[in-house]
Design a protein around this ligand. Structure first.
Ligand SMILES: Cc1cc2nc3c(=O)[nH]c(=O)nc-3n(C[C@H](O)[C@H](O)[C@H](O)COP(=O)(O)OP(=O)(O)OC[C@H]3O[C@@H](n4cnc5c(N)ncnc54)[C@H](O)[C@@H]3O)c2cc1C
Length: 600
């Protein structure tokens, strides 16, 4: 066990050279898949006028659905709206299983919750649904929805072990990580308070490898099921949480240091993308903190790194930190309170360093596979204490694979206070470095858990104070990205929301900016079983729209399903309207004698 001195640049280089065994031969330039976005810019060909989208016309919205499917949706969504039922749903499921036996229970689930939210058990059985939706203009983002059904005790043990380093566990190293980036016993079961997401507990490298194999099969299935599909992955499934926590802490502290110096220079409160530091003063702070010596610093800030301006922004700063600091120094981070550089952890083992390289390798393997299968990869956003690392690793993969078109999409959660900075910095970086920006914008699925954790552990709540603030940030971020799309035909965004107002906002801005649906730069995304009244009118009008399509055996997707039910209970603003529209359409069919409607 020794102190390692590898730089991130070397680490990434190592990953490129040494793909995991399942990886096909390395290929830096991904081939455009069958569903590739046209590289021509908007306005080059004559296009049909964009049809108006009517979200209130239930006859059109539910054209693809039989009446019994509408009745099932109404039943399931109404059950989800009952707080009493939701509070006891786990006990009720358990009881039903005991009374009915496994086979009858499976049948009951397939007729109700599972049938509503899950596409099928495996790659074969989901094909008809995927093809059916496709025929009505709605694509699929495959999401293998299996998670480990651990008991709370097992989840706690696994989480506490996998969130601390070898040295922390055996008591030889004291963690200097901030409270936000340490494992906390009260929040050891990450599934608590999560409404949408699957949860992974990556206890060992073998487990991470097996998750990667699962994702590879999912990418294959996406490629086989449709010509322009997406596949969703989660990075917490591919690396030990302890690494993601440490890396997130490091990234956050370096970023905070930049803002600290900005405040010293009287530039607090500006958007990150607009904050430019005077280099002379920055050099002083860097030397004062012992980050580099005066001699070294001369080397850092050359005319090449600074350009003409003599100032430096956050992106310049991050790339300097990446290229100039050794890994062991990266893990020594500036403490802006004491004004000194502190080791994050007194020692970092060789094995732990290898773990970092392996996460990058695994993501690389998946991106290679996606590129070959003509499938785009969507990296889900997760909890704030993992997210800086997830975003950084995704960014590295985008640099490598988004050379011709956006193959890898990062996810930005707009309920976060720093969402606008995160989005605008990535857009700017892609612009500067010349790779294709690809992003999914969501509001965020972990609100209750994030708030409770911040309160209990004692750090600032990372979530916007109100729903209205989250919506305002969402629209601000979206607007920024749409402006970029107007000038850059190789960038793309997915508006992943069930919110009719947000979808209408997007359609209006697309029209104003001249972004045509045929350019396939703006995608829409909803979850399977939710808000068909938004997805199908969009698809039928020619807008690229996708459903997140989970699949997996009944018992294995149950934990995921039960949280999906929770989402419909209170967090979703449009849940009640959806039930009204379903009821309206059922009544219409009854009155017009079209109850036996056959989707054609
Ligand atoms: C295709 C797709 C992919 C997704 N992928 C991810 C992902 O990778 N990561 C992820 O975290 N989520 C993901 N989600 C879930 C998403 O973040 C939301 O939880 C969900 O879509 C509900 O938001 P909405 O815009 O659809 O609906 P709305 O009803 O308009 O918004 C509800 C959301 O608003 C926010 N909110 C509600 N109340 C408040 C409040 N008081 N203060 C501040 N904010 C509030 C919360 O984020 C809540 O989920 C995905 C959703 C879709 C459709």
């Amino acid at each position: 066990m020794g102190l390692r001195r590898t730089s991130w640049v070397q680490l990434y280089a190592l990953c490129r050279r040494a793909p995991l065994s399942t990886a096909p031969a390395a290929r830096e330039q991904p081939a455009a898949g069958p569903g590739a976005e046209p590289v021509c810019g908007p306005g080059e060909t004559a296009r049909p006028p964009v049809p108006a989208v009517d979200f209130g016309n239930t006859q059109e919205a539910y054209r693809s659905r039989r009446s019994w499917e509408l009745a099932r949706s109404l039943l399931v969504l109404s059950l989800c709206a009952s707080p009493a039922l939701l509070a006891r749903h786990e006990q009720l499921l358990h009881l039903a299983r005991k009374l009915l036996g496994q086979r009858l229970f499976n049948t009951l689930m397939k007729m109700t919750f599972y049938g509503q939210f899950v596409a099928g058990e495996d790659q074969e059985s989901i094909r008809p649904l995927i093809q059916h939706n496709k025929a009505f203009g709605v694509g699929s983002i495959l999401d293998y929805g299996v998670e480990e059904d651990l008991t709370p005790e097992e989840a706690e043990r696994t989480e506490m072990e996998s969130c601390s380093s070898a040295l922390e566990r055996d008591g030889r190293g004291v963690s200097k990580r901030e409270k936000q980036f340490q494992a906390h016993r009260a929040f050891r079961d990450r599934r608590d308070g999560v409404t949408r997401a699957r949860t992974y507990f990556c206890a060992s490298e073998a487990k991470c490898d097996s998750h990667m194999e699962t994702f590879l099969r999912c990418i294959e299935a996406s490629g086989g099921a449709s010509e322009d599909g997406f596949s969703a992955i989660k990075l917490t499934a591919l690396g030990r949480p302890q690494f993601l926590l440490q890396f997130s802490d490091v990234l956050t502290k370096w970023r905070r240091f930049f803002h600290h110096v900005a405040a010293e220079q009287g530039k607090a409160g500006l958007a990150a993308v607009d904050t430019k530091l005077e280099v002379a003063a920055l050099q002083e702070s860097v030397v004062k903190m012992g980050i580099a010596s005066r001699a070294e610093i001369e080397d850092w800030f050359t005319a090449e790194t600074l350009g003409e301006s003599g100032t430096l922004d956050l992106l310049d700063w991050c790339s300097l930190i990446d290229s100039r600091t050794e890994l062991s120094r990266q893990l020594a981070v500036p403490n802006t309170q004491t004004g000194r550089l502190e080791p994050l952890l007194s020692q970092f083992t060789e094995e732990e360093e290898r773990q970092m390289a392996r996460v990058l390798q695994r993501v690389g393997v998946l991106a290679e596979k996606a590129s070959q299968a003509g499938v785009r990869l969507m990296v889900d956003a997760e909890q704030t204490y993992f997210q800086p690392a997830i975003s950084r690793l995704t960014l590295e993969t985008q640099r490598r694979f988004n050379t011709e078109r956006p193959l890898v999409f990062n996810t930005f959660q707009c309920y976060l206070r720093d969402a606008y900075d995160n989005v605008s910095l990535d857009v700017e970086l892609a612009r500067r470095e010349g790779w294709c920006f690809g992003a999914k914008l969501v509001r965020g699925a972990y609100m209750a858990q994030e708030r409770a954790r911040a309160l209990e552990v004692g750090y600032e709540d990372p979530i916007n104070p109100t729903y209205e603030a989250t919506s305002a940030v969402y629209h601000r971020c979206l607007d920024y990205v749409l402006e970029e799309l107007k000038h850059n035909a190789r960038a793309a965004v997915m508006v992943a929301s069930h919110n009719e107002g947000t979808v209408r906002f997007t359609l209006r801005r697309m029209e104003e900016l001249g972004l045509h649906p045929a350019d396939r730069q703006v995608y829409f995304g909803q979850l399977l079983g939710m808000c068909d009244q938004i997805s199908f009118p969009l698809g039928q009008a020619g807008f690229p729209v996708y459903k997140y399509v989970p699949y997996g055996p009944v018992m294995e997707v149950l934990p995921y399903l039960s949280r999906r039910a929770l989402e419909n209970s209170g967090v979703m603003k449009g849940a009640q309207r959806e039930r009204q529209l379903l009821w309206q359409e059922l009544k219409r069919r009854l009155c017009t004698g079209s109850l036996f409607h056959q989707p054609a």
